[in-house]
Design a binder for this molecule. Structure first.
Ligand code: KIV
Ligand code: ZN
Length: 391
């Protein structure tokens, strides 16, 4: 029993029955400096995202290269269940690149904050508004589903945000997107912003939160509880600078902590995470929630003893749920129970005295700097019980 039973506060928290994942691993994720995914890598990752069950895959930025357009066309041909979307500035040529890639879904964006208006775009509010209107109209006239993002929305004055989202809605945009481009908002801020916009806008709102202060996931969850219908995520949280809200952390927090199983095939999570790590060349931190190699490993005697009895003593959920495996690691903090478990795994029986000696040797070897892998363990056992020649 948890200190707070989620069932008791479900109503109050307004946990939605549905959320849509707008995954941008292949676009914002790929924008992380140094990454260039091949067409085949994009296809493989898209296949897994589709199997996992995301609503939309933002496949890239078609205007950028021939490869992007080729990847988009291949994804369309493959007929995924997930929608396939391409990014475009509010420019005719970018929208044409989306259309030329056989996509029927565009994510249009333009900067709206004073910084973007004055330094990047050097445009007035009216000019930005008109450019956004023209682009949304153009995309809608070409039959596209349109997602409209105000870039740097979280540092934009709310009146201008309401105006530009209102205009996008009037021109037929299907959803507006709050982009927290520099990870500048707090959970309290996103709650306020979403609640204010929901009052004003009739179409769905999505949130796109960056992780510069480590708040991307909690901000996304807070956005959803405040009324956002879709969340932008990336696998392993990759993306510009500190990255985006991590897909796997968001899904698992909603499922385990908020008690909402949205039907994602979470058993594919680890495979997908490894695939993205290999393709992007970005290693998964060992302690990365959900997918890190350490998150289901146990060494200390106290933890191992309890985990052997009941894994949930020291695990928030079972590793199989996300395609991970539990590992009991032998080392300096190991006790008899862990070593006995390892011996059982090797189908070996030793006396209690021998067990104590093996534990002593395991600790000593680890302190001498040896990592206790299977070979080192076997050498220790052999050195103590000469009857064990090979196993
Ligand atoms: O973070 C951001 O502002 C973006 C935009 C392209 C929507 O990724
Ligand atoms: Zn972004």
């Amino acid at each position: 029993m948890n200190a707070i039973n989620i069932e008791d506060v479900k109503e109050e928290l307004k946990i939605p029955d549905q959320i849509k994942i707008f995954d941008t691993t292949l676009r914002d994720g790929e924008q992380a400096p140094g990454i260039a995914l091949t067409v085949d890598e994009k296809i493989k990752i898209a296949q897994k995202l589709d199997e996992l069950g995301v609503d939309t895959i933002e496949m890239g930025f078609p205007t950028v290269s021939e490869g992007e357009r080729k990847a988009a066309k291949r994804m369309v041909e493959l007929g995924f269940k997930s929608n396939i979307c391409g990014l475009a500035r509010v420019l005719k040529k970018d929208i044409d690149a989306v259309i030329d890639s056989d996509l029927s879904y565009a994510h249009l964006f333009i900067g709206t904050s004073p910084l973007h208006r004055d330094y990047k775009l050097k445009k007035s509010k009216e000019e930005i508004l008109n450019q956004a209107i023209e682009a949304v109209e153009y995309a809608k006239d070409h039959g596209l589903t349109v997602e409209f993002s105000a870039e740097d929305a979280t540092r934009t004055d709310i009146e201008f945000l309401k105006r530009i989202y209102g205009k996008a809605q009037e021109c037929g945009a299907d959803r507006v997107h709050i982009a927290d481009t520099t990870g500048a908002i707090t959970p309290q801020g996103i709650k306020y912003l979403v609640e204010e916009l929901v009052k004003d806008i009739d179409i769905d709102i999505a949130v796109h939160l960056h992780n510069d202060f480590g708040l991307a996931v909690i901000n996304s969850i807070t956005g959803v509880l405040a009324g956002a219908k879709a969340v932008s995520t990336t696998v392993n949280g990759i993306g510009e600078r500190a990255g985006n809200a991590s897909l796997e952390e968001l899904i698992m927090a909603m499922r385990i902590l908020y008690g909402k199983d949205y039907g994602f095939k979470t058993k594919y999570i680890k495979e997908l995470s490894d695939l993205v790590s290999r393709a992007s060349g970005l290693p998964i931190p060992y302690n990365k929630p959900v997918v890190g190699n350490n998150v289901f490993r146990h060494e200390s005697g106290i933890h191992v003893d309890a985990v052997i009895e009941e894994p949930l003593c020291y695990e928030p959920y079972l590793p199989e749920l996300v395609g991970q495996k539990r590992q009991l690691v032998l080392g300096k903090h190991s006790g008899c129970r862990a070593v006995r478990a390892k011996l059982n795994e090797c189908e070996l029986d030793v006396s209690d005295e021998e067990l104590i000696e093996i534990v002593r040797q395991v600790k000593k070897s680890r302190e001498e700097g040896k990592y206790i892998n299977d070979d080192v363990f076997k050498d220790i056992v052999r050195s103590i019980d000469e009857n064990i020649v090979d196993f």
